[in-house]
Write a protein that binds this ligand. Sequence first.
Ligand code: MOS
Length: 756
Amino acid sequence: MTPVISLAQAAAHVRHGSNIGQPLTRRDGVLKVTGGARYAADNHPAGMLHAVLAVSSIARGRVTFLDVQAAKGHPGVVDVMTPANRPPLAEDPDAKTNPFMFRLDLLQNDQVRYANQPIAVVIAETLEAVTEGAALLSPRYEALPARVGLDAGESFVPPAVGVGNPAEMRRGDVEAGLVAASKRIEATYETPAQYHNAMEPHAIVAAWDGDTLSIDTPSQALVMAQGRLAGLFGIAPEKIHIRSPFLGGGFGSKGLLSGPQVLGILAARLAGRPVKLVLRREQMYGPVGHRPPTRQTLRIGTDGDGRLTAIDHHAKTASSTFDDFFEPAADASHTLYASPAIATSHAAVRIDTGTPMFMRAPGEATGSIALESAIDEAAWACGMDPLAFRLKNYAEVEPISGKPFSSKALRECYAQGAAHFGWSRRPLAPRQVRDEAGCLVGWGMGSATFPALMFQAEARAVVRSDGSGLMESGAHDMGQGAWTAFAQIAADGLGLDIDQVEFKAGTSDLPDAGIAGGSAHTATAGMAIHNAGAAVIAKLADLATADERSPLFGAGNAGVVARGGRLFRRDDEGRSESYADILGRAGLAEIEASGTGAADPAAQSAYAMHAHGAVFAEVKVEPDLGQMRVSRLVGAFAAGRIINPLLVRSQLLGGMIWGVSFALHEQAVMDRRSGRTLNANLAEYHIPVNADVPGVEALMIDEHDPHVNALGIKGVGEIGVTGTAGAVANAVWHATGIRVRRFPIRIEDLVASASS
Ligand code: MOS
């Protein structure tokens, strides 16, 4: 059942005529805080069984034995799915026909390719029975030594990085630029594997009715998931109904359907009854993607004036042995700094790990912490303040492509962020400041950037004879506020108050809203919604202006404007007519139209499109214990038109806190012997808690960008993590004088030499 999202907002939040830009609270907020929001695993269709994955405890080898009889003998256990009885698929899960298609582990054989790979699925009447049954499988293995870490195998140049980006790019002569430089730095930075750890684990409730499949499962890209399942099961996409009204976070891990979700569907097929399968927390460290480790070397040259002469950014990363995802970390150096010579290159190694995947700002996050650290080191080598150095060197045309930026708002981000933070009081040298408690205080900064992307989306708009509106687009709310932001765009597109607009999203039967990823959802689906609204209003205007009984007769389509449920003549606003009257006279119950959202290729070839920002961090370091705390964080971001400042602020704060996490907390610790993640849980996988981030402020810098799309929308989901991680690392250096180049920065990196 599609959830009912209340149409009514608190009266104080109702705006007449212009909904875009208003700080409306979430339309689904009451449902969420009262437990009324139904997440995938909250669904319990009649006759539902429970399924639990059994996962491999080795990272490489094969399964030689599973005690299926013991598991099946446990009371309540209905069946055990193994490679021996897994229902057939129409498509090989190891087939790959495009870079967005990832290989899945669906019990195709006895091979183990990484730790926590699914090796069986137990199905039972209750969660207790299935959990106990899975424990009775007692798998045995033939294990091979696990290959772990960036040096575990032969290094190669990946065929592409990210999705189809060249692994190597250059502009200008980097070696010549380095030779000509009066100052040079070379430094190597390491970032660890990280896991998405969405609050809501991957979950699925699957029910078959003949060859029709209904599933409740979180998805950041419903129609892509539908297409993948259609291929795997050999059925038409229209026979697959996916409901994903709410996601408890995704961060990229729910962008593409994962293997465990498909296993839930296969279990329902095998059992002939609906099945629920929910990953346990530790099972999310393997089959559902992660951010791979990187080792990045930057060489930067500067001339006597502190201007960049060269940036060389090389990144080594790791992918799985059986699939291709290569973190595009070095690409972070393509856009921010105006070096006449830039070279980026990637190398990779294959290790015994689940395939890495997009994780919030994939490439930009990892690359940014290395680049911003190196820029800081270059500034210090020149004896320059890091802000002054960036102001001298930030790019006004995109260095790698030579295209002008659609905006030059970065300068404004530097200025307003620095003023708000009080940056001008920063002493140049490190280790100069202590607070009243004796802690070392340091200030650091970083530049933020993220591309303003658009994919493809569709929407359908309806105006009904009672004057109300309906907008449909199968959009995805991962927690970012899509239910609300899209309703705001819909209301303005339809010329209605937001409480007159019903907005439907979150199911695969609606028009394709594309993917909620790449920070592109609001721009892409938002433009589809805006265009659908405009199209239906144009139809209404055609009806009215062609009808001599209408006060708008003869005004022409372009001669009317929609507002508050009425069309007005532009040349005489005293003459108007309500939508209800127009439809009523035409004898129509409703009128509908569709719209699409997509990038404008002409604008894209003429301009480089990015959101920008500047982040300033203060850290305090306890000199004897090396304990670090971020005490203040100020980010200033220019990200085009802000649809809802309340929601955008939350996105930026979340991204910035993730940046703190990147610099100081997050790391999947690998056991080099077993190839397993030692801290595969939320107790030992460190993320910041409230006490770790006392003060965070996000300033939204006004930016009108006429080129990105008609509404001027850029993305805000991912930019916050870029810039912030480097700012925190640079602040740690400024506090202590110690440059730590392996992340996260640990107490032991500081404690030996921090005390004075
Ligand atoms: Mo994001 S990593 O594009 O979901």
